[in-house]
Design a protein around this ligand. Structure first.
Ligand code: FAD
Length: 436
Protein backbone atom coordinates (compact mmCIF):
# COMPACT_ATOMS: atom_id res chain seq x y z
CA UNK A 1 0.00 0.00 0.00
CA UNK A 2 1.36 3.37 -1.04
CA UNK A 3 1.93 5.89 1.73
CA UNK A 4 -0.52 8.79 1.58
CA UNK A 5 1.00 12.20 1.10
CA UNK A 6 -0.11 15.13 3.13
CA UNK A 7 -2.16 16.68 0.41
CA UNK A 8 -5.61 17.34 -1.01
CA UNK A 9 -6.84 15.66 -4.16
CA UNK A 10 -9.67 17.03 -6.30
CA UNK A 11 -11.58 14.63 -8.53
CA UNK A 12 -12.92 16.53 -11.50
CA UNK A 13 -15.76 14.34 -12.74
CA UNK A 14 -16.47 14.38 -16.47
CA UNK A 15 -17.89 11.38 -18.32
CA UNK A 16 -16.86 9.04 -15.51
CA UNK A 17 -19.87 9.67 -13.26
CA UNK A 18 -19.63 6.65 -10.99
CA UNK A 19 -18.02 5.52 -7.76
CA UNK A 20 -17.46 1.86 -8.77
CA UNK A 21 -14.53 1.08 -11.06
CA UNK A 22 -13.40 4.68 -11.19
CA UNK A 23 -9.66 5.14 -11.65
CA UNK A 24 -9.60 8.81 -10.62
CA UNK A 25 -11.45 8.10 -7.40
CA UNK A 26 -9.19 5.16 -6.63
CA UNK A 27 -6.00 7.13 -7.19
CA UNK A 28 -7.23 10.11 -5.18
CA UNK A 29 -8.25 7.92 -2.25
CA UNK A 30 -4.97 6.02 -2.32
CA UNK A 31 -2.70 9.01 -2.62
CA UNK A 32 -4.31 11.90 -0.77
CA UNK A 33 -5.20 12.49 2.81
CA UNK A 34 -8.11 14.70 1.82
CA UNK A 35 -10.37 14.06 -1.19
CA UNK A 36 -12.99 16.38 -2.63
CA UNK A 37 -14.92 16.17 -5.88
CA UNK A 38 -16.46 18.56 -8.36
CA UNK A 39 -18.82 18.42 -11.30
CA UNK A 40 -19.47 21.43 -13.52
CA UNK A 41 -22.56 21.72 -15.68
CA UNK A 42 -20.61 23.48 -18.39
CA UNK A 43 -22.79 26.14 -20.13
CA UNK A 44 -20.89 25.34 -23.35
CA UNK A 45 -22.70 21.99 -23.41
CA UNK A 46 -26.03 23.80 -23.72
CA UNK A 47 -25.14 26.34 -26.40
CA UNK A 48 -26.47 26.33 -29.97
CA UNK A 49 -24.09 24.63 -32.40
CA UNK A 50 -23.04 25.71 -35.90
CA UNK A 51 -26.02 23.89 -37.44
CA UNK A 52 -28.58 25.52 -35.15
CA UNK A 53 -29.17 22.64 -32.71
CA UNK A 54 -28.75 22.94 -28.96
CA UNK A 55 -25.78 20.73 -28.09
CA UNK A 56 -27.65 19.11 -25.23
CA UNK A 57 -31.44 19.06 -25.40
CA UNK A 58 -33.84 18.37 -22.54
CA UNK A 59 -33.62 14.56 -22.47
CA UNK A 60 -29.91 14.30 -21.75
CA UNK A 61 -30.06 17.38 -19.51
CA UNK A 62 -32.62 15.66 -17.28
CA UNK A 63 -30.67 12.40 -17.34
CA UNK A 64 -27.52 14.28 -16.36
CA UNK A 65 -29.22 15.98 -13.41
CA UNK A 66 -30.41 12.57 -12.15
CA UNK A 67 -26.93 11.15 -12.67
CA UNK A 68 -25.25 13.88 -10.66
CA UNK A 69 -27.79 13.62 -7.83
CA UNK A 70 -27.03 9.91 -7.63
CA UNK A 71 -23.27 10.46 -7.81
CA UNK A 72 -23.47 13.04 -5.03
CA UNK A 73 -25.26 10.55 -2.79
CA UNK A 74 -22.90 7.68 -3.62
CA UNK A 75 -19.89 9.88 -2.93
CA UNK A 76 -21.47 11.06 0.33
CA UNK A 77 -21.76 7.39 1.32
CA UNK A 78 -17.97 7.26 0.96
CA UNK A 79 -17.62 10.54 2.90
CA UNK A 80 -16.54 12.48 -0.18
CA UNK A 81 -18.22 15.83 -0.88
CA UNK A 82 -19.30 16.61 -4.43
CA UNK A 83 -19.34 20.32 -5.25
CA UNK A 84 -21.60 21.17 -8.19
CA UNK A 85 -21.63 24.31 -10.32
CA UNK A 86 -23.48 25.59 -13.32
CA UNK A 87 -20.35 27.25 -14.58
CA UNK A 88 -17.43 26.55 -16.95
CA UNK A 89 -14.89 24.30 -15.24
CA UNK A 90 -12.19 26.76 -16.25
CA UNK A 91 -13.94 29.31 -14.02
CA UNK A 92 -14.59 27.04 -11.03
CA UNK A 93 -11.68 24.67 -10.70
CA UNK A 94 -8.89 27.10 -9.96
CA UNK A 95 -11.04 28.71 -7.24
CA UNK A 96 -11.57 25.33 -5.58
CA UNK A 97 -7.85 24.67 -5.84
CA UNK A 98 -7.14 27.99 -4.09
CA UNK A 99 -9.75 27.53 -1.38
CA UNK A 100 -8.80 23.98 -0.45
CA UNK A 101 -5.07 24.07 -1.31
CA UNK A 102 -5.51 21.31 -3.87
CA UNK A 103 -2.30 19.57 -4.76
CA UNK A 104 -3.50 17.14 -7.47
CA UNK A 105 -6.47 17.06 -9.85
CA UNK A 106 -7.65 13.62 -10.97
CA UNK A 107 -9.83 13.26 -14.04
CA UNK A 108 -10.71 11.09 -17.03
CA UNK A 109 -8.65 11.57 -20.18
CA UNK A 110 -10.61 13.20 -22.98
CA UNK A 111 -9.00 13.95 -26.33
CA UNK A 112 -11.62 15.47 -28.63
CA UNK A 113 -11.37 19.14 -29.63
CA UNK A 114 -13.80 20.78 -27.22
CA UNK A 115 -12.63 18.73 -24.26
CA UNK A 116 -8.94 19.43 -24.82
CA UNK A 117 -9.70 23.13 -25.22
CA UNK A 118 -11.37 23.05 -21.81
CA UNK A 119 -8.38 21.17 -20.38
CA UNK A 120 -5.99 23.76 -21.71
CA UNK A 121 -8.09 26.62 -20.37
CA UNK A 122 -8.11 25.00 -16.92
CA UNK A 123 -4.40 24.29 -16.93
CA UNK A 124 -3.75 27.93 -17.84
CA UNK A 125 -5.52 29.04 -14.65
CA UNK A 126 -3.71 26.66 -12.28
CA UNK A 127 -0.64 27.27 -10.20
CA UNK A 128 2.36 25.41 -11.61
CA UNK A 129 2.74 23.04 -8.68
CA UNK A 130 -0.72 21.49 -9.13
CA UNK A 131 -0.55 18.04 -10.71
CA UNK A 132 -3.06 17.03 -13.34
CA UNK A 133 -3.51 13.26 -13.51
CA UNK A 134 -5.67 11.82 -16.26
CA UNK A 135 -6.81 8.24 -16.84
CA UNK A 136 -8.36 6.55 -19.84
CA UNK A 137 -11.29 5.23 -17.87
CA UNK A 138 -13.95 4.82 -20.56
CA UNK A 139 -12.61 1.70 -22.28
CA UNK A 140 -13.18 -2.02 -22.06
CA UNK A 141 -9.67 -2.65 -23.39
CA UNK A 142 -7.35 -0.16 -21.73
CA UNK A 143 -5.16 1.80 -24.21
CA UNK A 144 -2.03 0.86 -22.23
CA UNK A 145 -2.46 -2.72 -23.39
CA UNK A 146 -3.41 -1.81 -26.96
CA UNK A 147 -0.95 0.64 -28.42
CA UNK A 148 1.55 3.37 -27.75
CA UNK A 149 0.99 4.57 -31.29
CA UNK A 150 -2.67 4.97 -32.20
CA UNK A 151 -1.85 5.56 -35.87
CA UNK A 152 -1.37 1.79 -36.05
CA UNK A 153 -5.00 1.02 -35.12
CA UNK A 154 -6.48 -0.92 -38.09
CA UNK A 155 -9.21 0.81 -40.08
CA UNK A 156 -11.14 -2.45 -40.30
CA UNK A 157 -13.02 -3.49 -37.18
CA UNK A 158 -12.69 -7.27 -37.58
CA UNK A 159 -8.90 -7.11 -37.68
CA UNK A 160 -8.91 -4.95 -34.56
CA UNK A 161 -11.36 -7.17 -32.66
CA UNK A 162 -9.68 -10.47 -33.46
CA UNK A 163 -6.29 -9.21 -32.36
CA UNK A 164 -7.68 -7.87 -29.08
CA UNK A 165 -9.69 -10.97 -28.28
CA UNK A 166 -6.69 -13.15 -28.88
CA UNK A 167 -4.09 -11.22 -26.98
CA UNK A 168 -5.48 -8.81 -24.40
CA UNK A 169 -7.01 -9.51 -20.98
CA UNK A 170 -9.68 -7.25 -19.53
CA UNK A 171 -8.57 -5.63 -16.29
CA UNK A 172 -10.40 -6.28 -13.04
CA UNK A 173 -12.76 -3.66 -11.67
CA UNK A 174 -11.87 -1.74 -8.55
CA UNK A 175 -13.79 -0.25 -5.61
CA UNK A 176 -12.67 2.09 -2.87
CA UNK A 177 -13.36 1.92 0.84
CA UNK A 178 -15.15 4.57 2.78
CA UNK A 179 -13.10 7.53 4.04
CA UNK A 180 -13.34 8.99 7.53
CA UNK A 181 -16.20 11.39 8.22
CA UNK A 182 -13.67 14.22 8.69
CA UNK A 183 -13.04 14.08 4.94
CA UNK A 184 -16.40 15.77 4.30
CA UNK A 185 -16.37 19.54 3.76
CA UNK A 186 -19.10 22.18 4.03
CA UNK A 187 -21.01 22.31 0.77
CA UNK A 188 -23.00 25.39 -0.22
CA UNK A 189 -23.38 24.35 -3.84
CA UNK A 190 -26.47 22.79 -5.38
CA UNK A 191 -27.35 20.80 -8.49
CA UNK A 192 -29.07 23.06 -11.02
CA UNK A 193 -32.69 22.30 -11.84
CA UNK A 194 -33.89 21.62 -15.37
CA UNK A 195 -35.41 25.10 -15.33
CA UNK A 196 -32.10 26.65 -14.30
CA UNK A 197 -30.48 24.89 -17.25
CA UNK A 198 -33.08 26.59 -19.44
CA UNK A 199 -35.64 23.84 -20.03
CA UNK A 200 -39.33 23.34 -19.28
CA UNK A 201 -40.07 20.31 -17.14
CA UNK A 202 -41.52 17.32 -19.01
CA UNK A 203 -42.88 13.82 -18.41
CA UNK A 204 -41.20 10.76 -19.92
CA UNK A 205 -43.28 9.58 -22.87
CA UNK A 206 -45.21 6.47 -21.78
CA UNK A 207 -44.23 4.76 -25.04
CA UNK A 208 -40.49 5.29 -24.45
CA UNK A 209 -38.21 2.28 -24.94
CA UNK A 210 -35.89 3.89 -22.40
CA UNK A 211 -38.00 4.73 -19.34
CA UNK A 212 -35.05 4.56 -16.92
CA UNK A 213 -33.44 7.19 -14.71
CA UNK A 214 -29.92 8.49 -14.81
CA UNK A 215 -27.27 7.46 -12.32
CA UNK A 216 -25.06 4.64 -11.20
CA UNK A 217 -27.74 2.95 -9.10
CA UNK A 218 -30.26 2.77 -11.93
CA UNK A 219 -27.47 1.47 -14.20
CA UNK A 220 -26.56 -1.32 -11.77
CA UNK A 221 -30.22 -2.23 -11.42
CA UNK A 222 -30.63 -2.49 -15.20
CA UNK A 223 -27.46 -4.57 -15.45
CA UNK A 224 -28.75 -6.99 -12.82
CA UNK A 225 -32.18 -7.11 -14.42
CA UNK A 226 -30.82 -7.80 -17.89
CA UNK A 227 -28.51 -10.54 -16.68
CA UNK A 228 -29.35 -12.46 -13.51
CA UNK A 229 -32.94 -11.37 -12.90
CA UNK A 230 -34.63 -11.81 -16.29
CA UNK A 231 -31.80 -13.61 -18.14
CA UNK A 232 -32.61 -11.56 -21.26
CA UNK A 233 -28.89 -11.50 -21.98
CA UNK A 234 -29.17 -15.13 -23.09
CA UNK A 235 -31.38 -14.02 -26.03
CA UNK A 236 -29.68 -10.74 -26.94
CA UNK A 237 -28.45 -11.83 -30.37
CA UNK A 238 -31.97 -12.82 -31.40
CA UNK A 239 -33.67 -9.67 -30.14
CA UNK A 240 -31.06 -6.94 -30.67
CA UNK A 241 -32.54 -5.68 -33.94
CA UNK A 242 -35.87 -4.99 -32.28
CA UNK A 243 -37.65 -1.67 -32.31
CA UNK A 244 -40.38 -1.80 -29.67
CA UNK A 245 -40.11 -2.10 -25.90
CA UNK A 246 -37.54 -2.07 -23.17
CA UNK A 247 -35.85 -5.43 -23.51
CA UNK A 248 -34.90 -6.03 -27.16
CA UNK A 249 -31.42 -4.71 -26.34
CA UNK A 250 -29.47 -3.97 -23.18
CA UNK A 251 -30.18 -0.19 -23.07
CA UNK A 252 -26.84 0.26 -21.31
CA UNK A 253 -25.70 3.03 -23.66
CA UNK A 254 -26.93 6.21 -21.84
CA UNK A 255 -25.17 5.12 -18.64
CA UNK A 256 -22.07 4.05 -20.53
CA UNK A 257 -21.98 7.37 -22.36
CA UNK A 258 -21.74 9.52 -19.24
CA UNK A 259 -19.71 6.91 -17.41
CA UNK A 260 -22.19 6.04 -14.68
CA UNK A 261 -21.60 2.43 -15.75
CA UNK A 262 -18.24 1.09 -16.81
CA UNK A 263 -17.77 -1.30 -19.74
CA UNK A 264 -15.58 -3.45 -17.51
CA UNK A 265 -18.40 -3.81 -14.99
CA UNK A 266 -20.68 -5.10 -17.76
CA UNK A 267 -17.98 -7.48 -18.98
CA UNK A 268 -17.38 -9.01 -15.56
CA UNK A 269 -21.09 -9.28 -14.81
CA UNK A 270 -21.55 -11.22 -18.05
CA UNK A 271 -18.61 -13.47 -17.12
CA UNK A 272 -20.25 -14.10 -13.75
CA UNK A 273 -23.52 -14.88 -15.51
CA UNK A 274 -21.79 -17.23 -17.95
CA UNK A 275 -20.07 -19.04 -15.08
CA UNK A 276 -23.44 -19.70 -13.47
CA UNK A 277 -25.77 -20.26 -16.43
CA UNK A 278 -23.42 -20.92 -19.33
CA UNK A 279 -22.13 -18.85 -22.21
CA UNK A 280 -23.86 -18.68 -25.58
CA UNK A 281 -23.69 -16.56 -28.74
CA UNK A 282 -25.90 -13.92 -27.14
CA UNK A 283 -23.86 -13.44 -23.99
CA UNK A 284 -20.76 -13.11 -26.17
CA UNK A 285 -22.49 -10.69 -28.53
CA UNK A 286 -23.01 -8.02 -25.87
CA UNK A 287 -19.24 -8.02 -25.39
CA UNK A 288 -18.76 -7.99 -29.17
CA UNK A 289 -20.82 -4.78 -29.31
CA UNK A 290 -18.82 -3.27 -26.46
CA UNK A 291 -15.74 -3.84 -28.61
CA UNK A 292 -17.40 -1.75 -31.33
CA UNK A 293 -17.78 0.96 -28.73
CA UNK A 294 -14.08 0.75 -27.91
CA UNK A 295 -13.22 0.64 -31.59
CA UNK A 296 -14.78 4.02 -32.32
CA UNK A 297 -12.83 5.48 -29.43
CA UNK A 298 -9.60 4.13 -30.91
CA UNK A 299 -10.58 5.47 -34.34
CA UNK A 300 -11.06 8.89 -32.81
CA UNK A 301 -7.71 8.59 -31.01
CA UNK A 302 -6.15 7.71 -34.33
CA UNK A 303 -7.81 10.30 -36.55
CA UNK A 304 -8.47 13.15 -34.08
CA UNK A 305 -10.63 15.94 -35.51
CA UNK A 306 -10.97 14.27 -38.92
CA UNK A 307 -14.00 12.54 -37.41
CA UNK A 308 -15.80 15.90 -37.44
CA UNK A 309 -14.79 16.86 -40.98
CA UNK A 310 -17.12 16.50 -43.93
CA UNK A 311 -14.75 14.11 -45.77
CA UNK A 312 -14.40 11.96 -42.65
CA UNK A 313 -11.37 9.79 -42.01
CA UNK A 314 -11.33 8.76 -45.69
CA UNK A 315 -11.15 12.43 -46.77
CA UNK A 316 -13.83 11.78 -49.38
CA UNK A 317 -14.81 14.65 -51.66
CA UNK A 318 -18.53 14.00 -52.04
CA UNK A 319 -21.04 16.68 -52.96
CA UNK A 320 -23.32 17.15 -49.96
CA UNK A 321 -26.62 18.98 -49.92
CA UNK A 322 -27.76 21.32 -47.10
CA UNK A 323 -31.38 21.87 -48.13
CA UNK A 324 -33.08 23.27 -45.02
CA UNK A 325 -36.51 21.95 -45.93
CA UNK A 326 -35.26 18.40 -46.39
CA UNK A 327 -33.43 18.59 -43.04
CA UNK A 328 -36.54 19.83 -41.27
CA UNK A 329 -38.66 17.09 -42.85
CA UNK A 330 -36.21 14.49 -41.58
CA UNK A 331 -35.96 16.03 -38.11
CA UNK A 332 -39.75 16.13 -37.70
CA UNK A 333 -40.45 12.72 -39.20
CA UNK A 334 -42.07 14.22 -42.27
CA UNK A 335 -40.21 12.51 -45.11
CA UNK A 336 -41.69 10.28 -47.81
CA UNK A 337 -40.54 7.22 -45.85
CA UNK A 338 -42.81 6.00 -43.05
CA UNK A 339 -40.11 3.85 -41.40
CA UNK A 340 -37.70 6.79 -41.23
CA UNK A 341 -40.51 9.01 -39.95
CA UNK A 342 -41.49 6.63 -37.13
CA UNK A 343 -37.89 6.46 -35.94
CA UNK A 344 -37.39 10.22 -36.11
CA UNK A 345 -40.60 10.82 -34.16
CA UNK A 346 -39.48 8.33 -31.53
CA UNK A 347 -36.22 10.27 -31.17
CA UNK A 348 -37.97 13.62 -30.95
CA UNK A 349 -40.44 12.35 -28.35
CA UNK A 350 -38.08 10.32 -26.18
CA UNK A 351 -34.37 10.98 -26.88
CA UNK A 352 -34.06 7.29 -27.80
CA UNK A 353 -33.77 5.34 -31.05
CA UNK A 354 -32.80 1.70 -31.61
CA UNK A 355 -29.62 0.79 -33.42
CA UNK A 356 -31.64 -0.52 -36.37
CA UNK A 357 -33.51 2.78 -36.53
CA UNK A 358 -30.31 4.84 -36.32
CA UNK A 359 -28.70 2.97 -39.20
CA UNK A 360 -31.76 3.50 -41.36
CA UNK A 361 -32.41 7.16 -40.68
CA UNK A 362 -28.72 8.01 -41.00
CA UNK A 363 -28.42 6.11 -44.29
CA UNK A 364 -31.56 7.83 -45.58
CA UNK A 365 -30.18 11.24 -44.57
CA UNK A 366 -26.73 10.79 -46.09
CA UNK A 367 -27.31 8.38 -48.97
CA UNK A 368 -30.88 9.02 -50.08
CA UNK A 369 -31.27 12.74 -49.38
CA UNK A 370 -27.50 13.28 -49.84
CA UNK A 371 -27.50 15.73 -46.92
CA UNK A 372 -24.28 16.75 -45.15
CA UNK A 373 -23.95 13.89 -42.66
CA UNK A 374 -22.49 16.20 -40.00
CA UNK A 375 -25.88 17.95 -39.71
CA UNK A 376 -27.57 14.63 -38.97
CA UNK A 377 -24.84 13.80 -36.47
CA UNK A 378 -25.29 17.19 -34.78
CA UNK A 379 -29.04 16.59 -34.46
CA UNK A 380 -28.35 13.19 -32.87
CA UNK A 381 -25.85 14.85 -30.56
CA UNK A 382 -28.52 17.22 -29.38
CA UNK A 383 -31.31 14.70 -28.86
CA UNK A 384 -29.78 11.36 -27.92
CA UNK A 385 -29.87 10.28 -24.29
CA UNK A 386 -26.77 8.20 -25.00
CA UNK A 387 -24.81 10.69 -27.09
CA UNK A 388 -21.17 9.72 -27.09
CA UNK A 389 -18.86 11.72 -29.31
CA UNK A 390 -16.87 8.74 -30.61
CA UNK A 391 -19.79 6.36 -31.15
CA UNK A 392 -21.92 9.05 -32.74
CA UNK A 393 -19.41 10.51 -35.17
CA UNK A 394 -17.85 7.08 -35.81
CA UNK A 395 -21.20 5.53 -36.71
CA UNK A 396 -22.31 8.51 -38.77
CA UNK A 397 -19.09 8.42 -40.78
CA UNK A 398 -19.52 4.67 -41.22
CA UNK A 399 -23.06 4.99 -42.56
CA UNK A 400 -22.29 8.07 -44.68
CA UNK A 401 -19.46 6.28 -46.50
CA UNK A 402 -16.63 8.42 -45.14
CA UNK A 403 -15.57 6.10 -42.31
CA UNK A 404 -14.93 2.47 -41.47
CA UNK A 405 -17.44 0.57 -43.61
CA UNK A 406 -15.32 -1.31 -46.15
CA UNK A 407 -18.47 -2.07 -48.18
CA UNK A 408 -20.00 1.44 -48.13
CA UNK A 409 -23.55 0.09 -47.91
CA UNK A 410 -26.82 1.97 -48.43
CA UNK A 411 -29.87 0.78 -46.52
CA UNK A 412 -33.05 0.09 -48.44
CA UNK A 413 -35.31 1.51 -45.75
CA UNK A 414 -38.50 -0.05 -47.09
CA UNK A 415 -36.96 -3.53 -47.25
CA UNK A 416 -35.64 -2.94 -43.74
CA UNK A 417 -39.12 -1.93 -42.61
CA UNK A 418 -40.59 -5.11 -44.10
CA UNK A 419 -37.94 -7.21 -42.41
CA UNK A 420 -37.90 -5.63 -38.96
CA UNK A 421 -41.38 -4.12 -38.77
CA UNK A 422 -43.38 -6.43 -40.99
CA UNK A 423 -46.48 -6.15 -38.82
CA UNK A 424 -46.21 -2.32 -38.66
CA UNK A 425 -46.17 -2.48 -34.87
CA UNK A 426 -43.37 0.06 -34.57
CA UNK A 427 -44.71 2.40 -37.23
CA UNK A 428 -48.17 2.31 -35.70
CA UNK A 429 -46.73 3.10 -32.30
CA UNK A 430 -45.18 6.37 -33.47
CA UNK A 431 -47.24 7.39 -36.49
CA UNK A 432 -50.80 6.65 -35.47
CA UNK A 433 -52.58 9.66 -34.10
CA UNK A 434 -54.68 8.88 -31.05
CA UNK A 435 -56.92 11.14 -29.05
CA UNK A 436 -55.65 10.05 -25.62
P1 FAD B 1 -26.97 -2.91 -27.32
O1 FAD B 1 -27.38 -3.42 -28.64
O2 FAD B 1 -27.52 -3.57 -26.15
O3 FAD B 1 -25.36 -2.98 -27.28
C1 FAD B 1 -24.63 -3.02 -26.05
C2 FAD B 1 -23.66 -1.86 -26.03
O4 FAD B 1 -22.72 -2.00 -27.09
C3 FAD B 1 -24.30 -0.51 -26.26
O5 FAD B 1 -24.80 0.03 -25.05
C4 FAD B 1 -23.15 0.30 -26.83
O6 FAD B 1 -22.31 0.79 -25.80
C5 FAD B 1 -22.37 -0.74 -27.62
N1 FAD B 1 -22.75 -0.65 -29.03
C6 FAD B 1 -23.70 -1.34 -29.67
N2 FAD B 1 -23.72 -1.03 -30.98
C7 FAD B 1 -22.76 -0.10 -31.16
C8 FAD B 1 -22.27 0.63 -32.27
N3 FAD B 1 -22.79 0.47 -33.51
N4 FAD B 1 -21.28 1.52 -32.08
C9 FAD B 1 -20.73 1.70 -30.87
N5 FAD B 1 -21.13 1.03 -29.78
C10 FAD B 1 -22.13 0.16 -29.92
N6 FAD B 1 -24.15 4.72 -29.49
C11 FAD B 1 -23.89 5.49 -28.42
O7 FAD B 1 -23.64 4.97 -27.34
N7 FAD B 1 -23.90 6.85 -28.53
C12 FAD B 1 -24.16 7.49 -29.71
O8 FAD B 1 -24.10 8.73 -29.76
C13 FAD B 1 -24.46 6.68 -30.84
N8 FAD B 1 -24.78 7.25 -32.03
C14 FAD B 1 -25.04 6.44 -33.11
C15 FAD B 1 -25.33 7.03 -34.35
C16 FAD B 1 -25.62 6.24 -35.46
C17 FAD B 1 -25.90 6.88 -36.80
C18 FAD B 1 -25.64 4.83 -35.32
C19 FAD B 1 -25.96 3.96 -36.51
C20 FAD B 1 -25.35 4.24 -34.11
C21 FAD B 1 -25.05 5.02 -33.00
N9 FAD B 1 -24.75 4.44 -31.75
C22 FAD B 1 -24.44 5.26 -30.68
C23 FAD B 1 -24.55 2.99 -31.62
C24 FAD B 1 -25.79 2.16 -31.21
O9 FAD B 1 -26.88 2.51 -32.01
C25 FAD B 1 -26.13 2.35 -29.74
O10 FAD B 1 -24.98 2.16 -28.94
C26 FAD B 1 -27.19 1.33 -29.31
O11 FAD B 1 -28.33 1.44 -30.10
C27 FAD B 1 -27.55 1.57 -27.85
O12 FAD B 1 -28.53 0.68 -27.43
P2 FAD B 1 -28.20 -0.48 -26.40
O13 FAD B 1 -27.43 0.06 -25.26
O14 FAD B 1 -29.46 -1.16 -26.08
O15 FAD B 1 -27.25 -1.35 -27.30
Amino acid sequence: MQKKQNNTGLIWFRNNLRTEDNASLKKAVENCNKVIAVYCFDPKLFRIDEFGFQKTAKFRAQFLIETIADLKQNLANLNVTLLTYFENPENSIYKICDTYSVHTIYTQTEWTEEETTTNNLIKATLAENINFIEDYDQFLYHPDSISKDFTKIPDVFTIFRKKLEKTVKIEKEFSVSKLLKENLIKNDTSIPTLKELGFESFETNVKSAFPFSGGENAAQERLNDYTFKTKKVAFYKKTRNGLVGVDYSTKFSPWLANGSLSAKTIYWKIKEYEAEYGANQSTYWVIFELIWRDYFKYISLKHHSKIFKIGGILEKKYQWNTDKQLIQQWVHGNTKDDFVNANMIELKETGWMSNRGRQNVASYFAKELLLDWRIGAAYFESLLLDYDVHSNYGNWMYVAGVGNDPRDRKFNTQLQADRYDGGHRFRKLWLEKTLF
